[in-house]
Unconditional design. Sequence first.
Length: 302
Amino acid sequence: MPVEQSKDKITLKHPKGSSAEILLYGATVISWKAGDKRHSEPSERLFVSSKAFLDGSKPVRGGIPVVFPCFGAPSHPDHSRLSQHGFGRSEIWTWDGIIMDNEAGVSVRLTLEPTPKIAAVYSKSFHLSYVVTLAEHQLSTDLHVKNTSTSTAFPPDVIEFQALFHNYIRAPAKDVLIHPLRNLKYADKTDTSYQGLKTETRAGVDVRTFTDSVYEDAPQKYEVSWPGGGIAVRSTHLKNVVVWNPQKEAGSKIADMEDGGWERYVCLEPGYVLGFEKIEPGKTWIGQQVLSVIHEERRMNL
Ligand code: BG6
């Protein structure tokens, strides 16, 4: 069977050997195994801390948590009662079925609507659907946000939100280079003494020191590469990208981070997180990303 469902998890299996696991909790993809064209043996492409909680008691430290409707600490009045990164990653989503199952890929959909628990902290009417598609060498995630308000009052009941795919890409952090980010403006969250935006000067961005950068007007096409491998990430309608690796400096203070975990991943997170995206009543917004295993011969020139 290409899709297996248990009480709390969905497993996708592609006929060519790739696989993915998605927890209903947070719609968190916790495993993506895929090979490249040269090494057909699929291997794990995401990092999940061995100390992560997978029982729904805490957002998962790893995989691909879904950040919605706020990124970081809430900064919009509609989000004032939410916690860091919002509730998307910490609510139980509903299984909505298989939407594609053929040679090209296997695709499933999860949904989330306001529950009494969500409504107690967030008053907007919304419907989220999250489509995860597994292909032989690729994984795509699509987040659809619908404003389901039927109010005709003025001003309209607009949803203002942020959204992001918090990808923990399994990688040797000391050897990783991310490009192309040169000349982009970015907020450096590690430098609390500096309030403005800095300009990226590096052709390839490394994460050998504590890094927490939010890039503006990002190209939505990235490569995370290291000697012998890499992952390409493409996104749609996600104008920002976050690069985060806490290194020992900040990583050793994260309770659910395994020892030295920061050496084994880099977070490359496409999102709409500087400012707020807006959706009018009845309208839908879609943010998408595609992660692909890079073949060495296809690496971009720096
Ligand atoms: C990143 C943020 O996206 O997530 C960082 O830019 C943050 O500032 C990191 O520390 C992890 O967040 P959390 O809430 O999962 O510990």
